[in-house]
Ligand binder design. Structure first.
Ligand SMILES: O=C[C@H](O)COP(=O)(O)O
Length: 304
């Protein structure tokens, strides 16, 4: 990565966001009607973009293994569907997940840095990243320190992201902004710009533990930040909306938006992911519906 990219950004390059304009533009993505073939290929594409997630205190080895099996082969009778991009787990489950998906191409993402609050000294948060990578994580989903960000300690945020990136080594870094706590679109835009300049491989909306989580307008603000960053630096950054995305229709609206804002180049799982704990089955159900004309009962699919 060039030094120019790792420089604290100039806030004057982060434009003020027109709230009404962003919300109206995002709402227009919901009104597009898609042809049957486009819908089916979008649904299939969405499955391959899933970070199939479980982030519960009650997570067990059995649950994680079952989720990994589903991520590798979402529809057992049709191997052409999937696999998902990754599974996303807590640090303690990384080793279990890495063993379960070994050789399949499905990546292991781990949340880290005292997820979801981030309320821990940086030293321990960096140690947590190194632990996850040692256990076999390919990707790290970190949280920024929102308290510090909201107090205007922007250089501290830049430094923590840069240090987390360094601690990742070869692993990819996704930076969770927790947009539901950032109060305004302007703050979301500024946090996106800081994170990308500090080395984020992906920017991600939410932990899934705070409401509101991902929304189309907030994702649009982040996509625009990615577009501007790419124009300025030539470096592509990925996008991951996460939290509360549980139906296929909404997933397709996200894909329409990504295509229109960033173009086809971003429309694959190297550059776009859905973080979701319960979207898989609705995508599978809609794929079966498009292919057979019938709805399969929810019981037909294994538990998300
Ligand atoms: O990163 C993923 C989120 O934690 C998933 O949130 P969700 O359970 O609302 O789908």
């Amino acid at each position: 990565m060039s030094n120019a990219v790792m420089t604290f950004p100039d806030r004057r390059l982060s434009p003020a966001i027109d709230q009404v304009g962003v919300e109206e533009r995002a709402a227009r993505f919901c009104t597009r009607s898609l042809k049957k073939e486009t819908k089916l290929s979008g649904l299939r594409l969405a499955v391959t973009m899933l970070d199939v997630t479980t982030l519960e205190g009650a997570d067990s080895v059995g649950k994680v293994r079952q989720m990994c099996a589903k991520a590798m082969r979402p529809l057992p009778e049709d191997p052409s569907v999937g696999p998902a991009a990754a599974v996303c787990v807590y640090p303690r489950m990384v080793k279990v997940a890495a063993k379960a998906v070994e050789g399949s191409g499905v990546k292991v993402a781990s949340v880290a840095t005292a997820f979801p609050s981030g309320q821990m000294r940086l030293k321990e948060r960096l140690a947590e990243i190194r632990y996850c990578v040692n256990e076999g994580a390919d990707e790290i989903d970190m949280v920024i320190s929102r308290g510090q960000f909201l107090q205007g300690e922007y250089r501290a945020i830049f430094d923590e992201v840069a240090k987390c990136k360094e601690a990742c080594g070869e692993a990819h870094l996704k930076v969770i902004l927790e947009t539901g706590e950032l109060a305004t679109y302007d703050q979301v835009r500024w946090a996106s710009d800081i994170s990308m300049a500090a080395g984020a491989d992906f920017i991600k909306t939410s932990t899934g533990k705070v409401s509101p989580a991902a929304t189309l307008p907030v994702t649009l603000v982040m996509l625009q930040a990615i577009e501007d960053f790419y124009e300025r630096t030539g470096r592509m950054v990925g996008m991951k909306p996460a939290g509360g995305i549980s139906n296929a229709k909404l997933a397709l609206q996200y894909l329409v938006m990504v295509r229109e804002v960033l173009g086809e180049k971003w429309l694959n799982n190297e550059w776009f992911r859905f973080g979701a704990s319960s979207l898989t089955n609705d995508l599978l159900m809609q794929i079966r519906k498009q292919e057979t004309g019938r709805y399969q009962s929810g019981d037909y699919f294994t538990k998300d």
